[in-house]
Design a protein around this ligand. Sequence first.
Ligand code: UN1
Length: 505
Amino acid sequence: MKTIQQETAQILAQLGVPSAAYEGGDLPVHTPITGEVIGNVPVSTAAQASLAIEAAHQAFREWRKVPAPKRGELVRLLGEELRAAKTELGRLVTMEAGKIISEGLGEVQEMIDICTFAAGLSRQLCGLTIATERPLHRMMETWHPLGVTGIISAFNFPVAVWSWNAALALVCGNSVVWKPSEKTPLTALATQALLQRAIAKFGNAPAGLSAVLNGHKEIGETLVASHQVPLVSATGSTAMGNQVGPRLADRFARAILELGGNNAAVVCESADLDLTLRGIAFSAMGTAGQRCTSLRRLLVHDNVYDKLLPRLKQVYASVNVGDPRESNTLVGPLIDSRAFDSMQQSLSEAKASGAAITGGERVNVPSCPKGIYVRPALVEMKEQTPTVKRETFAPLLYALRFHNLDEAIRLHNDVPQGLASSIFTNDLREAEQFLSAEGSDCGIANVNIGPSGAEIGGAFGGEKETGGGRESGSDVWKLYMRRATNTINYGRELPLAQGVKFDVA
Ligand code: UN1
């Protein structure tokens, strides 16, 4: 039997990562599966970060001249590399982030999908032609490449979030510099190696087009401070966004912020409870509750609460928690002991406010004694306390009763975050009210599916403390480009707009 270190090294070698990139460095990488060290990654200094940004800036100056559909060809090639390496990269996501196998593979699928999307998009970066008020004039919009795109990503989607940003940035004519989470540098190195393979097949992409900078906060700070980086896309906690957002605003750079969520499901009286139960289970317990979009608040109509909750408790008590590499596991480990501590802190606060708690205790997984495994917690609250309003990044679901939809929507929106939301109902009026301007205040609002597991084709992100950014599909590409409005006079006169007269001759 291979050790977990041997397996990690083997996958990294297969994906083209040289051993010097993960051996002998000073950033230890712990697999949450067993708590063991599976790599020691050299960290970049702030000076190295500045050099990489300078190289990316020079690369941008060349890349912006390459026709967009040609740039799309590079992203298509990246998609091919990802398809070929799906099993290995998915497995590495499992090893480094602790996701179950199908979620590790799903993360890579999300990368493949955004590459397909972006390759098609590379022929559709179109601007409007706008009617002008002046004769023999034409007005139009042109979209130009923006510059170096900085990407700061979190441990829980260690590679997909990079791909949402990088695939769009590259077809838009930008270069990319990536600071991954210090908890997941190996998957970042592997992804960069796959991009390098695609670049080699592409043939003539400028050097420095993409960089990965492993390390700590200083790297992110360098990206945020650099005048050569006109856009930073940052995914992580609201506290991180609070550091990044104002500094970018200070130098008038663009920010795409995808920060904390506190996502709810509203379960109405008419809901299909079988479907609701499955929707809740995946959203609340999938990825061990460590998605930005994880379901954390369950608002249930008084008339169905006592039917739904006992069934849900049964699911919570019986769901398989364990080694994410086992095929029957649905809930893998927490990322580290800090995640466990913050979960326990929230549980004890909830208890003090009179909550009834099912689960939440450590689960002993004999083959992984140092991994942090926990039974997901279902917490029946009397009211929406400050504890409920705070995001706890763990498998923790607060349940609350409501009596009518207006009250449910009030409770739903009464938190600082605004990422994802959902309603379970078979009543058209209720569904439409929830989706209306007076309904959910989130960036994502779903009917009869949970708040998590968004597809790449839509714009992803949310309001309020979630940061307001959007990534991935729809027309999000516009955030990665600069818009020029062009007015062209093809006549011999010079009529001024608004009828202004200014005759000097
Ligand atoms: C995140 O947790 O930061 O909607 C992203 C989802 C995934 C992305 C989550 N597609 O759950």
